[in-house]
Each structure stands twice: as structure tokens, then as C-alpha cells.
Write a protein of this length. Structure first.
Length: 316
């Protein structure tokens, strides 16, 4: 055992041998990837927003190096328009595991003239995160960046390798990626280039929630059913707040909702739900036919190419 729950690795199945469950198998593979990066790269970092996928990655990193501490920092790219419940959870969780938290601010990028505040109705800073992230990678000379993308989220993320090469400008070319046969990963890169690493690439949203339930992992409260003042826009429920203003004709009402994904308040929608526990959400997700990002992220619904265009520029 690894000191944080069940075994993080196991031998092959056979007579008299223990056979890994599905969750144990994908956990073991993810732990292997994290250890491989720590051994191969000089300055890795783990992207941590306080969302469920990054929380699971943090747990996997704990398991990978238990009883030692996580040997690399965690980085949050903060738009300044995040849910306060998530920021509070972020700080508390990183403190509990003893990791080093770095925060790169989109507001600081705006103040420095690196990016411009979006104009027009309902401006969102979500796309501005790319410049802030690339500046942080350059400043700290990170050569490997752990991300929580999963292939079931949407089409562009399904094109990613586990080790995803980025050029000296931080850009991604989906046609110029390396083969990964037999789980052998090529981290070769020149100075100024880096690798994005996706340890939970083969996990699904259902896997994440089953793991959260099995491990008893804490998450921000907004992932679970709660009452919130919202309004409906383009089929999504957006929360009222200082960064989102209802348009004329958009009715504000109170509803029982939860969030399937968390991010910038200006473009992250809630879903009506009575699921108050991880076990409730497992049942709910198992019956859902919509991906979490397609159902609750406004910026991912602009076009089928929206995410791929941002990823080519250096987005998560």
C-alpha cells in the first residue's frame, strides 16, 4: 500500500496473483507517467486549478512519491474571475499536502500590457490564460507541464498524446506528435521547448468520479448540489455575480444546481441536479449523454474548432 489508500501498482494477473480493477489499472498507469516525468525532466510543474481533474492528479502525485513530498510545484493560472469557493479550496488543499503553490495572474498580464482586457458585452478572460501560462513557463523554465485534459472531453483533446510536444513558442501541432507504442514516451526537447504531460488522458469523467468516491477525495463544494441564483443563456445556467451580468429579458431565478467543471465564472455553466454526494454523481454521469465541457463551457461551444485553435496557441 502507498499510505494514501489502495495499492498504486500491481503485478500481472495469473494463478494466485491479485488482478487489478479498472480504477487500479489506470491509477497505476498514471502514477508510472508521473514518476517517469520526475525522473526524466529537470523542472516539471503540475497545473492545479482546484477542479476535480487537477485534484485527482494531485492525489496521484502524492501516491507516486509517498511517503516523500511532491518534488515539483503546482501552478494555477488565475483569471481573476474564479469561483471564490474554488480558490479557498485550492489554497487549503495545497497547504494540506505540503506542495509549493505558484499563482500566475491574468490581471498581472493585463497590467503589464501582455494582453488586453476583452471588450464588448459579457467579456471573458478565459482565452487570455494562454499568454499568462506561456509567460509562467518561460519565467520558471519549466520543461514538463502536467495537465488534466482527458480524451473524452472534446475532439481536440482526443488528439493529444500523453507526452505532447510544444515548440519554442509554446504552440501545439497535432500533426507533429510522436508515437507512443508500448507506453514508451519520448520527452526529447531542445532548450525553450517543453512537453505537456497528460497522466489522466485515458480516464473518463465517470472514472474521475468513481475514483473520488472510492478514495474519499475532497472537492470544492460547488461540484455538489446547492442553491444558487442563476439565469439561462444559450441553454446554460450562468451564476449571477460581479463578473456576469444578465441581459435584458434574461430572468434571474434560484435553482438547485451543481457544476460538472469549474473555471472562469463568465463562461462556466451549472446543471440542475440533486446529486449531493460523489456516489450520486457517479449515477448521474453514467446516465449523461453530454460531455461536461460541451454542456457547461460557453467558449467551447463557439465552434467545433474553438478548443483546437486555442490549443494550437498554447492553451491547456
Amino acid at each position: 500500500m502507498d499510505g494514501r489508500g489502495r495499492a498504486a501498482a500491481g503485478g500481472p494477473a495469473g494463478p494466485g496473483r491479485y488482478q487489478l480493477s479498472h480504477l487500479e489499472a489506470i491509477e497505476s498507469h498514471s502514477v508510472h507517467i508521473i514518476r517517469e516525468v520526475a525522473a526524466e525532466f529537470e523542472r516539471p510543474v503540475l497545473l492545479f486549478s482546484g477542479g476535480k481533474d487537477s485534484v485527482v492528479m494531485l492525489r496521484l502525485a502524492e501516491k507516486a512519491f509517498w511517503p516523500g513530498k511532491i518534488p515539483f510545484p503546482v501552478l494555477h493560472v488565475d483569471t481573476g474571475h474564479n469561483f471564490p469557493e474554488v480558490l479557498e479550496f485550492r489554497d487549503r488543499t495545497v497547504d494540506e499536502v505540503g506542495a509549493t503553490l505558484l499563482v500566475s495572474s491574468v490581471q498581472a498580464s493585463i497590467d503589464a500590457g501582455r494582453v488586453s482586457e476583452p471588450q464588448g458585452p459579457d467579456p471573458s478572460r478565459n482565452r487570455l490564460q494562454t499568454r499568462t501560462l506561456l509567460d509562467a513557463i518561460a519565467e520558471h523554465r519549466f520543461d514538463a507541464v502536467f495537465g488534466g485534459a482527458r480524451r473524452d472531453e472534446e475532439k481536440a483533446r482526443a488528439k493529444e498524446r500523453v507526452f505532447s510536444f510544444r515548440d519554442e513558442f509554446g504552440q501545439w501541432d497535432p500533426k507533429n506528435q510522436r508515437p507512443e507504442l508500448w507506453s514508451l514516451y519520448n520527452g526529447r526537447h531542445r532548450q525553450g521547448e517543453h512537453i505537456r504531460v497528460f497522466p489522466i488522458s485515458d480516464w473518463t469523467e465517470l472514472d474521475i468520479w468513481q475514483y473520488v468516491a472510492d478514495e474519499g477525495i475532497g472537492l470544492p463544494s460547488i461540484y455538489y448540489s446547492h442553491r444558487r441564483t442563476v439565469f439561462r443563456r444559450d441553454g446554460m445556467l450562468l451564476a449571477t455575480g460581479p463578473f456576469v451580468t444578465p441581459r435584458p429579458g434574461e430572468e434571474v431565478f434560484e435553482a438547485t444546481v451543481r457544476y460538472r467543471t469549474v473555471g472562469d465564472m463568465t463562461c462556466t455553466g451549472a446543471v440542475e441536479s440533486m446529486a449531493a454526494t460523489a456516489e450520486d454523481i457517479v449515477a448521474e454521469v453514467a446516465a449523461s449523454r453530454l460531455t461536461e465541457r460541451g454542456a457547461t463551457r460557453a467558449d467551447d461551444r463557439v465552434s467545433e474548432a474553438a478548443m483546437e485553435d486555442r490549443k494550437r496557441e498554447g492553451y491547456f
